[in-house]
Design a protein. Structure first.
Length: 323
């Protein structure tokens, strides 16, 4: 992982705006926002001029500049997001055009909801391992989620931040690698979240309310399974919890991270919570922890890092890397 960069909206919105919004509906969300989810602020983009794709292009330029690379240096572009601005052409192809990529470049989008970038990290590792044509990859994650949620849904509306993240991944002889990945699926919750609620077959005849996400919380079933996967990966790698410099957890809820810390026996220093600053950002969520860890010096070259996050449906993923 050569370099990582982040782009976010310029508007900083505090909880007060959303607390007042729901107060007008007779709903008191203050405790839920602050204690359960741990929100304080979130970054929001200019809705008239920005979207998930514009954010993805911005962060792509930022990370290329940081790495002293151009679009011609990239052999593959992978875009991860829940709802691309366009279905056709792919966002990866539009990013390719924006960075003036070379003709011989693999470009594709992928959607694994909130585990997308972490899943893509493993996928890219497999590509690089088996295809000698691919030496350097631009992995971009970008989700723009608030407009997809009903303003009357206090469980979701106001929880999200508008953020994109990009990583340059490259083949190297250095002692760094993705070591292992495990996923777990539980289809008991397959009907809890649907977006759009009406399905795309009915988007032209459904009322606006049916276009919003259908959301029913699927709880914290995944936490024990994630701990099992973390322990299994560490055992297989002959590592211990103490060997890990940072656990990059999903930022969907602060209470989840507190539970994970207690059950695993790790400190706040090794499991940063950034959802109070960025909001919840979907596919990029654990990568923001990684970014902040590097920026603050908590993650250094040669350190072991765990990514662990969850998505609707529901499924969770755990990856171990040596940075």
């Amino acid at each position: 992982m050569r370099d990582i960069e982040v782009y976010h909206g310029r508007n900083i919105v505090s909880n007060d705006y959303y607390i007042e919004h729901f107060k007008k509906q007779g709903k008191d969300v203050k405790k839920f926002f602050e204690e359960t989810l741990g929100r304080k602020y979130r970054y929001e983009i200019n809705r008239e001029s920005e979207n998930a794709l514009t954010m993805a292009i911005e962060v792509s330029h930022k990370v290329l500049k940081k790495s002293n690379c151009t679009g011609k240096d990239i052999d593959m572009i992978v875009y991860s997001g829940m709802l691309s601005e366009y279905v056709s052409p792919t966002s990866a192809l539009i990013i390719h055009s924006a960075i003036n990529g070379k003709k011989e470049c693999f470009c594709h989008d992928m959607n694994v909801n909130c585990i997308g970038m972490t899943y893509a990290l493993d996928l890219v590792n497999r590509y690089i391992s088996t295809n000698p044509q691919i030496n350097r990859v631009l992995l971009v994650g970008s989700d723009y989620l608030t407009p997809q949620v009903s303003p009357e849904n206090e469980e979701c509306y106001g929880q999200y931040g508008d953020v994109s993240c990009a990583v340059i991944l490259e083949r190297t002889e250095e002692d760094c690698k993705l070591i292992d990945t495990k996923v777990s699926v539980n289809n008991d919750f397959i009907d809890y979240v649907r977006f759009p609620k009406c399905g795309f077959a009915h988007i032209y005849d459904a009322p606006k309310e049916e276009m919003y996400v259908k959301w029913k919380s699927f709880g914290t079933w995944w936490i024990d399974g994630a701990i099992e996967n973390i322990n299994s990966i560490l055992d297989n790698s002959k590592l211990s919890i103490e060997d890990i410099s940072m656990f990059c957890f999903s930022q969907i809820a602060y209470k989840n991270i507190v539970t994970l810390r207690e059950k695993i026996g790790i400190s706040e220093e090794k499991s940063l919570y950034v959802g109070d600053t960025y909001g919840y950002t979907g596919t990029t969520s654990p990568f923001l922890v990684f970014y902040e860890g590097i920026k603050t010096g908590r993650i250094k070259r040669g350190n072991y890092v765990v990514f662990c996050t969850v998505a609707a449906g529901s499924t969770h993923i755990t990856s171990l890397i040596k940075y």
